[in-house]
Ligand binder design. Structure first.
Ligand code: SF4
Length: 327
């Protein structure tokens, strides 16, 4: 391995954080240098998380009409994107989704709802019922992604058996106001802390390709490190017609690999899962995510767009010679 990559591996293994200049070296690496950084990242992943990879799936349990204005999101009521809108699915439908996720090899199943938060009442009760049923009738870990959270709701979720709370920060604090102006970044950070305090694991990451700078990619990684999140979903923008980012250029496959690689050096022992935008941004390089340090990927449909055919993802895993493990 090239000496500089070895140096970064040693820093990461000894608990030191890369400097902004070092992060930039990864985010701009090409050719043999990128391969060396990727080899180092894959080594870190194997050291801390073993050789297997984990799969996760989600259900879009309540879609559309969101009062927030996240500029990448088709579900925002502020934008003109065409998206299916429907109220919360029943607990039985959410359970059926978990059973399907289990059958396809996922170890974590995320129930995702649109909107700022789920208010106490019938909807929240339905969610709790779904989580309890999933715990009782499947082996998948139920995860909830239902927006901003207060301590009481977090406690109720944890008591119902919700193993993981998912809440993305989306992007760097310094870039967030350009992506969302209807709530403050600190509210998202507080939600992460509240979920952790309630005893749930926290799955928290972001989306790239929004127009953020290299420095801001690094900044998000540092924030996630400070928050000591348990797993980090990385999404790559799929620009959707009708959203303010419809005209945004896709990331290149190498950009995606550089981002995965950087996050592995910054968060060496955390799960890093590649989620939305995988196929459209990485294209022929999807299986290389594991060589860049990813420890898992989402399979099945994304929130508002269809995912890849499961048979193709099974072939991808086989070709990459990675085995699927369970949390
Ligand atoms: S990302 Fe979530 S909070 Fe933002 S507009 Fe979409 S559904 Fe609403």
């Amino acid at each position: 391995m090239l000496k500089v990559a070895q140096l970064f591996v040693e820093k990461s293994r000894s608990g030191q954080v890369l400097s902004a200049d070092e992060a930039l070296q990864i985010l701009t690496a090409k050719g043999a240098m990128l391969s060396a950084f990727m080899a180092g990242a894959q080594g870190l992943k194997e050291k801390y998380l073993g050789e297997g990879v984990e799969l996760c799936s989600i259900i879009n349990a309540k879609s559309g009409h969101c009062a927030e204005n996240c500029s990448f999101c088709a579900q925002s009521a502020h934008h003109q994107a065409r998206v299916d809108s429907y109220p919360l699915k029943s607990a039985a439908e959410m359970l059926a989704g978990a059973q399907a996720a289990e059958a396809q090899g996922s170890s974590c199943y995320g129930i995702v709802t649109s909107g700022t938060r789920v208010e106490p009442g019938a909807e929240f009760a339905e969610l709790l019922e779904a989580i309890r049923a999933i715990r009782e009738q499947t082996r998948v870990i139920p995860s909830a992604s239902i927006g901003l959270l207060d301590a009481e709701a977090a406690r109720a979720l944890a008591e119902a058996g919700c193993g993981t709370y998912h809440h993305n920060l989306e992007t760097a604090r310094s870039f967030f106001p350009q992506i969302c102006s209807t709530h403050d970044y600190e509210e998202d950070v507080t939600t992460v802390r509240v979920a952790k305090q309630a005893g749930m694991k926290v799955c928290c990451g972001g989306i790239f390709g929004l127009g953020e700078s290299f420095q801001q990619r690094f900044e998000l990684g540092l924030t996630l490190r400070e928050l000591a999140v348990d797993s980090v979903p990385l999404n790559f923008l799929n620009p959707i017609d009708g959203t303010p980012l419809a005209g945004q250029q896709l990331l290149t496959p190498m950009d995606c690999l550089r981002i995965i690689c950087l996050f592995r050096y910054l968060l060496p022992d955390k799960k890093i899962t590649i989620c939305g935008g995988r196929d459209i941004n990485l294209r022929e390089f999807q299986s290389a995510i594991f060589m860049a340090g990813a420890s898992g990927m989402m399979v099945g449909n994304y929130l508002t767009s269809a995912g890849r055919d499961l048979a193709m993802d099974r072939q991808l895993l086989k070709d990459a010679e990675v085995t699927v493990s369970h949390c």
